[in-house]
Design a protein around this ligand. Structure first.
Ligand code: GAR
Length: 192
């Protein structure tokens, strides 16, 4: 029986794309659903391109109903992958999927994490902080933003002359290289 992944994303979905590509022809793992809080998110187009079903939800549905948990259970989802998803995961979802929700963050946590720290806000803070290096953190998700156990951290050097665009690019290269690989390691350890 195929192992099944659900991806939550709020924006472009370039990480989601890498994961969808990895499993496009896989005999034993599939991305079964893409979920977003943002009806304009480009990730919806990417899901369509891979003929993967998607679902758009609002705050009420996410925080005050069981619709999404029911959907994930009906699809027999084994692993939830957050890929640029900006809302805090509610307790009931964490309890349904203990140790089965992972996130990627564009900085070396515990620095530059927490509520409101996403995307360019993180990169700008890294630059403003005069850091010698930046990086990415892949971690399990718990009830606090960016505080679950770390799975992997990757680093890049910040050189004089680096800008928002250049460090964003360095971070994205690392994300695209490592997130699919880590997702794959984790999903292969899950027993159905
Ligand atoms: C990624 O850089 C990811 O690390 C970040 O959002 C970006 C999504 O890009 N996540 C966070 O900031 C979470 N706090 P993508 O939509 O192109 O995959």
């Amino acid at each position: 029986m195929k192992k099944r992944i659900a991806i939550f994303a709020s924006g472009s979905g370039s990480n989601a794309q890498k994961i969808m590509e990895l499993y496009k022809r896989s005999p034993d793992v599939e991305v079964a659903l893409v979920l977003t809080n943002n009806p304009d998110a480009y990730v919806l187009q990417r899901a369509d391109n891979f003929e993967i079903p998607s679902h758009v939800f609002d705050r009420h549905e996410f925080y005050h109903t069981d619709t999404i948990i029911d959907m994930l259970k009906n699809l027999d989802i084994d692993l939830i992958v957050l890929a640029g998803f900006l809302w805090l995961i509610p307790k009931n979802l964490i309890h349904e999927y203990p140790g089965r929700i992972i996130n990627i963050h564009p900085a070396l946590l515990p620095k530059f994490g927490g509520k409101g720290m996403y995307g360019d806000h993180v990169h700008n803070a890294v630059l403003a902080g005069g850091e010698a290096e930046g990086g990415i953190t892949i971690h399990y998700v718990n009830e606090q933003y960016d505080e679950g156990e770390y799975i992997y951290q990757g680093r890049y050097k910040i050189e004089p002359g680096d800008t928002l665009e250049t460090i964003k690019f360095k971070g994205q290269q690392l994300e695209h290289l490592h997130y699919p690989r880590i997702v794959d390691t984790i999903i292969r350890k899950i027993r159905k």
